[in-house]
Design a protein. Structure first.
Lengths: 221, 259
C-alpha cells in the first residue's frame, strides 16, 4: 500500500538581475525622456506576460543627470516604473561605477539568502558624452575587467546625438554599442524583455541562451 | 534480503513542447545480495545528442563497475574511491568518444552530468560531476526518524545555469568523491530537475517530507512502486514546479520479507 505523495520544499525563486543605467541629463528632455518613460512601462508589461520571468527578473534603475538610485532591485511583479525627469549633466563614469558596486551588493544579498542567480545584465542608455571630468576611462577599465571575469554582461545603447566613439571605448569589444532607431524605446524594451525571459528560463547546463534579433538599432562603425 | 531498486525518468514540459526526447537517464545493477551500483546522468541541453550521451554514460559506468568491483574489493578510503571513479569516468569518456566518431559528431554533443554510487548496507562510495544530487538515509534501520544526508552540493559556477560535464576538460578535477560508512538503508540519486523541490537550498538540507514517501514506496511490490513513481514524475503538481527532465533512482536494503 502506498501512502502519501512527496511534499515540496519552498525555495526562493532564482533571480535574473538587470540594472537599467539611464541617462537623464537635460539633453534628454522633451520627447526622448517621455519615450523612455513609456518604454519602461512597456518593459514591465512585456515581462509580466511571462509568469516565471515576472518573479525572476530583478530590476534596478540608476539614472544619471546626477547619479541616483531611482529604483532599488525589485522583481517585475512588484515593479512600479518611476517617472524620470531630465536634468543635469552626464556623469557616465560615476554611473558605471555605481552600477558595478550595486551589483556586487546585490550578489552578496543573494548569497546570504541562498538565492541562486543568473549572470547579471547592465543595460545603459545615453544620448550624450561623459562629462569632461567624469572618470569614464577608469570606469571602462573596471567594466571590461568585470566582463572578462564574467561578472556581468554590459550593453550600451546610444540615442541620436550620443557619442558612439566614446561608448565604443566603454563597451566590451565583443558587444559594441548600438544606435537606437529614432526613439523606438518600445521595441528596445520589448527585446530586453524577450531576452530576460530567455535568460531567466535557461536551465542548468542547458541550452545556450540565444538572444532575439535586434530590430531596434544598429551597430555604427 | 537484498537491495530493491527502481529507476524512473520523465521528460520535462519544456522538452515535451519542443519535441525533444528526455535527456536524463538513470539505472542500477545489483551485483550481489548486499552490493548495488547506481548511476544517473543529465544530458546537457546544449548538446545535440544529449539523450544518447546520458544513457551511454550510465550504462558504461555500470558495466565498468560490474567488472571492477566485488564485495571483497570495495574502495575503503576516499583516495581508493577516487582512483576507482577516475578509471570509470575515463572509460565513460572513451565510450562517448567512440560514439561521437561513429555518429560523426562532436564529443560535446554527448555532454552530460554523471553521478555514481556503490552501496552496501554499511557503506556508500559516490561521485558527482556537475549538478544533481545523491541523498541517503543514515539512520539505523529501526530508527523512527530518518536522517537524510546530501552527499554533495551540486557543482556549479557562480550562475544557476552553468555546470560541469563528464566531457569537460576539467571533469576529473571537478569530480566530487565521498565515502561514508554507517547505515545506508536508503539511497536516492537524481538529476537537477528535482533539486528545487527536494533540497532546501539556503542550507543544502534534504527536505524530509519529499524523501520519506519515496522511501516508503519501496515497501510496496516493485511494479506498484514503479507506477507510483512514474505517476509522481509525470504529475501536474510536480510539473507546475519544474519544467526540466526528472530522474529518480531509489534503492533500499530491505531486511523484511516481501509481502
Amino acid at each position: 500500500m502506498l501512502v502519501g505523495q512527496p511534499e515540496f520544499v519552498e525555495n526562493p525563486e532564482n533571480r535574473c538581475p538587470v540594472i537599467l543605467l539611464l541617462d537623464t541629463s537635460s539633453s534628454m528632455s522633451g520627447e526622448p525622456i517621455s519615450a523612455l518613460n513609456s518604454g519602461l512601462l512597456a518593459f514591465k508589461d512585456a515581462v509580466l506576460q511571462d509568469e516565471q520571468a515576472a518573479l525572476r527578473v530583478d530590476v534596478a534603475i540608476v539614472s544619471f543627470g546626477p547619479v541616483q538610485l531611482v529604483q532599488d532591485f525589485v522583481t517585475i511583479d512588484q515593479f512600479n516604473p518611476p517617472y524620470l525627469e531630465a536634468r543635469g549633466l552626464t556623469p557616465m563614469g560615476e554611473a558605471v561605477n555605481y552600477a558595478l558596486d550595486l551589483l556586487e551588493t546585490r550578489k552578496s544579498t543573494y548569497k546570504n539568502n541562498g538565492i541562486q542567480y543568473y549572470r547579471p545584465w547592465v543595460f545603459m542608455i545615453t544620448d550624450g558624452a561623459p562629462n569632461p571630468d567624469s572618470p569614464w576611462q577608469q570606469a571602462a577599465d573596471r567594466l571590461r575587467s568585470a566582463e572578462m571575469q564574467r561578472k556581468l554582461s554590459f550593453f550600451a545603447v546610444g540615442v541620436q546625438g550620443a557619442d558612439m566613439a566614446t561608448l565604443k571605448q566603454i563597451t566590451p569589444p565583443e558587444r559594441p554599442p548600438l544606435l537606437l532607431n529614432g526613439l523606438d524605446f518600445r521595441a528596445m524594451f520589448q527585446w530586453l524583455s524577450d531576452s530576460m525571459v530567455r535568460v531567466s528560463s535557461s536551465t542548468v547546463g542547458g541550452e545556450m541562451v540565444v538572444l532575439p534579433p535586434v530590430g531596434w538599432g544598429q551597430i555604427t562603425s | 534480503v537484498s537491495w530493491k531498486a527502481i529507476a524512473c525518468s520523465a521528460v520535462g514540459k519544456r522538452h515535451l513542447e519542443r519535441q525533444v526526447p528526455c535527456q536524463d537517464y538513470g539505472q542500477y545493477a545489483i551485483a550481489a545480495e548486499s552490493l548495488i551500483f547506481g548511476a544517473v546522468a543529465d544530458g546537457a541541453g546544449s548538446a545535440k545528442h544529449a539523450d544518447v550521451g546520458a544513457k551511454l554514460a550510465v550504462e558504461t559506468a555500470l558495466e565498468k563497475l560490474k567488472a571492477q568491483v566485488t564485495t571483497t574489493e570495495l574502495p575503503t578510503t576516499e583516495s581508493s574511491a577516487r582512483q576507482l571513479f577516475t578509471t570509470v569516468v575515463e572509460s565513460v569518456v572513451i565510450a562517448l568518444q567512440a560514439q561521437s566518431i561513429m555518429g560523426d559528431y562532436l564529443l560535446e554533443d554527448l555532454a552530460c552530468t554523471l553521478l555514481i554510487f556503490i552501496a552496501t548496507p554499511e557503506q556508500i562510495a559516490a561521485m558527482q560531476i556537475g549538478d544533481g544530487f545523491i541523498v541517503m538515509n543514515t539512520a539505523p534501520k529501526n530508527a523512527t526518524q530518518a536522517e537524510y544526508k546530501l552527499l554533495f552540493r551540486p557543482d556549479r559556477g557562480e550562475y544557476i545555469n552553468e555546470t560541469c560535464f563528464v566531457t569537460s576538460d576539467y571533469a576529473l578535477e571537478q569530480m566530487q568523491v565521498g565515502l561514508c560508512s554507517g547505515h545506508t538503508q536508503f539511497v536516492c540519486a537524481s538529476t537537477d530537475g528535482l533539486e528545487k523541490v527536494a533540497i532546501r537550498i539556503n542550507d543544502w538540507q534534504p527536505f524530509a517530507p519529499f524523501f520519506t514517501p519515496l522511501a516508503a514506496c519501496l515497501d510496496a511490490p516493485l511494479d506498484e512502486a514503479k507506477t507510483y513513481l512514474q505517476n509522481f514524475l509525470e504529475s501536474d503538481r510536480l510539473n507546475a514546479r519544474t519544467d526540466d527532465d526528472k530522474t529518480l533512482l531509489l534503492c533500499q536494503y530491505d531486511v523484511r520479507e516481501e509481502l
